[in-house]
Design a protein around this ligand. Structure first.
Ligand SMILES: *Cc1c(COP(=O)(O)O)cnc(C)c1O
Length: 470
């Protein structure tokens, strides 16, 4: 079907041209969608290509697209595009739709809330949903100390606020971050993020008092957790001074930086050092949080209890919400009015979060994430045993990755990883890449995906990876 829709076409006309009626459930996604990959056009199909042309004329090119198929519905492990193709989603919109797209508890809560009221600003006239989300965060995050939370909109905003809180609590300024770290795209979080292109290049000047130290990267450095921590601590003490450190900020498993799982003992050693130094240990659990790694939070795998935890992505089933949760005495260091924002903890996002949390617990999604890891990792390791370009297979739960290298030199091979991703895309399987060198294929399937669909997606990925044996 063709549409002549253009920039001035009303939404109703666009929907009419697609045979859909306007309204909240105009196109029904959610787990009721048939859980089957099906391609009816080449990808992207003709209607996606039309929309791509409109996008080029209207959307800034700085906002780039990984896989240009335009989605009309999604649920379980399936994305349906405007051309009627059903694709397998192994990315969850970057670890966001952990509970599945349009998960019923999320949809029901949001519909009820949107019909009641859409916004008051919690800082002006409050509402229960915000408080209820903070209560859930206190219950779910590691540690049984007294906790407080503050809600925001994006992961970057949560990380920025964690830094603000750590600074006012300690009266210190220095923030320790790690090689390959990713913490966001705002001015402070660009400074916290490691990779120059595309995140930082030309966008400076960056915020001061940010210090980068070496990470534990077992595949690359061969160090034990204790050795890698000693290396990082040596840099901190000699180049910053322990008494100047406000916060040590780390992703328990790095996300955009390459799904790097630190060697055992690295995180506990840094947490212990922070405590002794009077610095605030901040876990950026924006990508690892909410069941993704086979624990509610990534820190739990090593029994680490952070002082502050930043969360976002998987927290609200697709609605924009983020949080900082932590020790009451640290969180309450910030004076009234010092934290907040117009939309932070928006009532729709809070309603969605309560639905997402309910779904994670009711459906046993922490266990599901572990089962996904147990299903996928051995198959990827079997390919790695045959294909030397697969330098490393790693991850926890449903946060899994393959690092692609040049077998002759062991150097990162971003071009090969990109080629594998494109092959998967052409077959209707959404996979993402990451890593400072773009050479890591990452899997973040929705935990609502069924085994059959997961196996189908994995088979496509395995075939694409085997092409590297060539
Ligand atoms: C995505 C991400 C962020 C930034 O979150 P936004 O919502 O995109 O601002 C921060 N930290 C980590 C670990 C992330 O994965």
């Amino acid at each position: 079907m063709t549409t002549t829709a253009g920039p001035s076409t009303p939404v109703s006309a666009v929907l009419a041209a697609t045979g859909e009626t306007p309204g909240p459930r105009a196109v029904t996604g959610g787990p009721g969608l048939p859980q089957r990959r099906q391609l009816v056009t080449e990808l992207p199909g003709p209607r996606s290509r039309e929309l791509l042309a409109r996008r080029e004329a209207a959307v800034a090119r700085g906002v780039s697209i990984t896989f240009p198929v335009f989605v009309v519905a999604a649920g379980g492990g399936i994305l349906v595009d405007v051309d009627g193709n059903a694709l397998i989603d192994l990315g969850s919109g970057i670890a966001v739709t952990t509970v599945g797209n349009s998960a019923p508890a999320v949809v029901d809560n949001v519909i009820r809330q949107v019909q009641a009221f859409t916004h008051t600003c919690f800082m002006i006239t409050p509402y229960e949903g915000y408080v209820a989300v903070c209560e859930q965060l206190a219950r779910l995050t590691p540690g049984d100390h007294e906790k407080r939370s503050a809600l925001f909109n994006s992961g970057a905003e949560a990380v920025e606020n964690a830094v603000k809180i750590a600074r006012i609590h300690t009266g210190r300024q220095a923030v320790v971050v790690f090689d390959h770290a990713y913490h966001g795209r705002t001015n402070l979080t660009m400074a916290l993020t490691a990779k120059n292109h595309p995140y930082k290049n030309g966008f400076g000047p960056f915020a001061p008092e940010i210090y980068r130290v070496p990470l534990s990267y077992p595949y690359r450095d061969g160090l034990s957790g204790a050795e890698a921590a000693a290396r990082a601590i040596r840099v901190i003490e000699s180049q910053i001074g322990a008494h100047n450190v406000a916060a040590v900020l780390i992703e328990p498993i790095q996300g955009e930086g390459g799904f790097v799982v630190p060697a055992e003992g690295f995180l506990p050693a840094l947490a212990a050092w922070s405590k002794a130094a009077g610095a605030v240990f901040v876990a950026d659990e924006v990508q690892t949080g909410f069941a993704r790694t086979g624990a509610m939070f990534g820190c739990e795998h090593e029994g680490v209890v952070p002082d502050l935890i930043a969360t976002a992505k998987g927290i609200a089933g697709g609605l924009p919400l983020s949080a900082v949760t932590g020790r009451a005495e640290i969180m309450d260091s910030a004076h009234p009015g010092g934290l907040g924002g117009t939309y932070g903890g928006n009532p729709l996002a809070c309603a969605a979060a309560l639905g997402a949390i309910e779904t994670i617990e009711r459906d046993g999604l922490v266990e599901r994430a572990r089962a996904i890891g147990a299903r996928v990792l051995p198959r990827l390791r079997a390919v790695a045993a045959r294909v030397p370009a697969l330098g490393d297979v790693r991850g926890r739960g449903a946060m899994l990755a393959v690092e692609i290298v040049d077998p002759a030199t062991g150097r990162p091979d971003g071009a090969a990883a990109g080629a594998v991703a494109r092959r998967c895309h052409a077959e209707g399987v959404v996979v993402l890449t990451c890593g400072t060198d773009g050479n890591v294929l990452r899997l973040l399937p929705p935990l609502a995906i069924g085994d059959e669909l997961l196996d189908d997606g994995l088979a496509v990925l395995v075939t694409a990876l085997e092409s590297l044996a060539g």
